[in-house]
Design a protein around this ligand. Structure first.
Ligand SMILES: Cc1ncc(COP(=O)(O)O)c(C=O)c1O
Length: 364
């Protein structure tokens, strides 16, 4: 049971309370070392142990095969929009599937380094659908295909990753999994590279996870900064430069918490139940509306609207008074958004549904 309000922020987002408690207890002295984690050399044996455990736990949780490297980098998702093409594009053609703000941003940034092509776009639907992979126009000889597997702002999520080979492309698939990493399994047989900022489902902002197939390393453009060359980062065990040590430690605590909960399979089960509860209520109500097509709905980010938007401020004030925080939607979409990442218990979603019902009754 949580002792804190339920926080529906899209990110930086709520963390498991048990993780925060452990971090608080270890703040001044990590495991009798006399040092807090922020004060340790990244090359010392104490941090070395934290790092190795975090990497091993992430590999286990996501069942990352041995021929993929796990990198802990800096710069966040937006920096990866440059770092990926700098490493993988070979300055050639890259196919983009546009499903919302984040994939659009990725394609725009890639233009600085390579030739992005729009293979498919859901813009016409206002990004409330996902384009059917069978209709994608994939380029022959593309360096890679990029998609955002969960669009945090528009609330659309790929329920399965495309099989590019079956679609006639030999290009590796790159996914931005920032906002649903560890909420469901990843089919690595379909992925060349996955990246994600930590601040939604993993830990504090400042560390970026990159999982990359080994054969994709070693092709960086000459202009690629050394600290962002995946091969250099991999060869140095993510310690070519000083890594974001405290964020890695916090991510490691989250990984341990996830394992104790039953791992990603259990998280997926809970996330399905949470999403069904919330979408179920929204769909049954004529007071609220979610505009995303059923098959494209995100289990993590649920944008919704009050049909009468003049009630938005009253809704948010009432939510806050009930201990339901950060429900305001992204400014580009408006309305409300409930982000229900791994750290959100079903009790929090139930509390939100109870509030949705009470607010509707009170306003009738
Ligand atoms: C899917 C996705 N990609 C990329 C980003 C950008 O991440 P950052 O702000 O860490 O650069 C976000 C941030 O919200 C996101 O949700």
């Amino acid at each position: 049971m949580t002792t804190r309000p339920y926080n529906f922020s899209a990110g930086p987002a709520a963390m498991p309370e048990a993780v925060l408690q452990t971090a608080a207890a270890e703040m001044l002295d990590w495991h009798g070392s006399g040092m807090g984690v922020m004060e340790m050399s990244h090359r010392g044996k104490e941090f070395g142990a934290i790092y190795e455990q975090a990497e091993a736990d992430l590999r286990e949780l996501l069942a990352v095969p041995a021929h993929f490297k796990i990198l802990f980098m800096q710069g966040g998702g937006l920096a990866e929009n440059a770092i990926v093409p700098l490493n993988l594009s070979r300055a050639g053609t890259v196919d983009f599937v546009l499903t919302g703000s984040w994939s659009q941003k990725s394609a725009k940034e890639a233009l600085r380094y390579c030739s992005p092509q729009v293979a498919a776009s859901a813009q016409e639907s206002g990004f409330t659908t996902l384009p059917d992979p069978a209709s994608w126009r994939l380029s022959a000889g593309a360096s890679y295909v990029h998609l955002c597997s969960n669009e945090t702002i528009h609330g659309v999520e790929f329920q399965a990753l495309p099989d590019l080979k079956a679609l006639g492309s030999n290009a590796p698939l790159v996914i931005d999994f920032s906002s649903h990493v560890l909420s469901r399994p990843v089919d690595w047989s379909r992925v060349g590279l996955a990246f994600g900022g930590a601040q939604k489902n993993v830990g504090p902002a400042g560390v970026t996870l990159v999982v990359v197939r080994e054969d994709l390393l070693g092709h960086a453009l000459p202009a690629c900064p050394s600290a962002f060359d995946y091969k250099t980062v991999a060869d140095n065990g993510s310690m070519y430069n000083t890594p974001p040590t405290y964020a890695i430690y916090m991510a490691g605590l989250t990984f341990q918490w996830l394992k104790a909960q039953g791992g990603v399979a259990e998280m997926e089960r809970r996330n399905i139940a949470k999403a069904e509860l919330l979408y179920g209520y929204l769909d049954a109500s004529s007071f609220y509306v979610n505009k995303v097509a059923h098959a494209a709905r995100s289990r993590m980010n649920v944008p919704f609207f009050l049909r009468d938007e003049s009630r938005n401020d009253a809704f948010l004030a009432g939510a806050k008074a009930r201990g339901l925080l950060q429900l305001k939607g992204h400014k580009s979409v408006g309305g409300m958004r409930a982000s229900i990442y791994n750290a959100m218990p079903i009790e929090g979603v139930q509390a939100l549904v109870d509030y949705l019902r009470d607010f509707e009754k009170e306003q009738a």
